[in-house]
Design a protein around this ligand. Structure first.
Ligand code: RTP
Length: 154
C-alpha cells in the first residue's frame, strides 16, 4: 500500500525576507512537518535581482513587479522543497490566499500577514511550476531520502 510513495509530488516553498526577519522560519517549517510532508531541500539564500526576475518572470508585466523584486532581494530567504501526496495544492491551502486580507485564519498568511506586498511566503501554484522552480533554486539537486520513522516510533 506504499506503492504511491514512488511518485510523490514535490513543491517549492520560499519563506520571503519578511518571514525570515520576523523569526517565522521555525513556525512555518513546523506547520509543513506536522501536516505530514517531508523536507527534501532547505537553504538560507540571498538572491540578486536577476535571479528574482527569473523566479517571477510570469509577473514581469505587472505594475507591482519592480517592488516585488526589490522585496525578494532585500534579505535572505529560506528556499525549500517539500514532498508528499498532493503537496502542491495542500501547500497552497496551508499558505492561504495571496492577499492576507482574504486568507483564512489558521493559514500562514491568515495568521501572520497583513499586506499583500509582505505576505511572508511563496508556494508553487502547479506541479509544472514547482518542477521549474525547484530546478531554478536547487541547480545542485536535492537529497534523495525516505523517512524510516516507522522504525523509531512505537
Ligand atoms: P506566490 O507566488 O508568492 O506564492 O504568490 P501567489 O501565487 O499567491 O500570487 P501571485 O499573483 O503569483 O503574486 C506573487 C507575489 O507578488 C506579490 N503581489 N503583490 N498588488 C500587489 O501589490 C501584489 N500582488 C501580488 C505578492 O507577494 C505575491 O505573493
Amino acid at each position: 500500500h506504499f506503492a504511491a510513495l514512488a511518485k510523490m509530488e514535490q513543491t517549492f516553498i520560499m519563506i520571503k525576507p519578511d518571514g525570515v526577519q520576523r523569526n517565522l522560519v521555525g513556525e512555518i517549517i513546523g506547520r509543513f512537518e506536522k501536516k505530514g510532508f517531508t523536507l527534501k531541500g532547505l537553504k538560507l539564500i540571498t538572491v540578486d535581482s536577476d535571479f528574482a526576475e527569473r523566479h517571477y518572470a510570469d509577473l514581469s508585466a505587472k505594475p507591482f513587479f519592480n517592488g516585488l523584486v526589490e522585496y525578494i532581494v532585500s534579505g535572505p530567504v529560506v528556499a525549500m522543497v517539500w514532498e508528499g501526496k498532493n503537496v502542491v495544492a495542500t501547500g497552497r491551502k496551508i499558505i492561504g490566499a495571496t492577499n492576507p486580507a482574504e486568507s483564512a485564519p489558521g493559514t500562514i498568511r491568515g495568521d501572520y500577514a497583513v499586506d499583500i506586498g509582505r505576505n511572508v511566503i511563496h508556494g508553487s501554484d502547479a506541479v509544472e511550476s514547482a518542477r521549474k522552480e525547484i530546478a531554478l533554486w536547487f541547480p545542485e539537486g536535492i537529497a534523495e531520502w525516505r523517512s524510516s520513522a516507522h522504525h523509531w516510533i512505537y
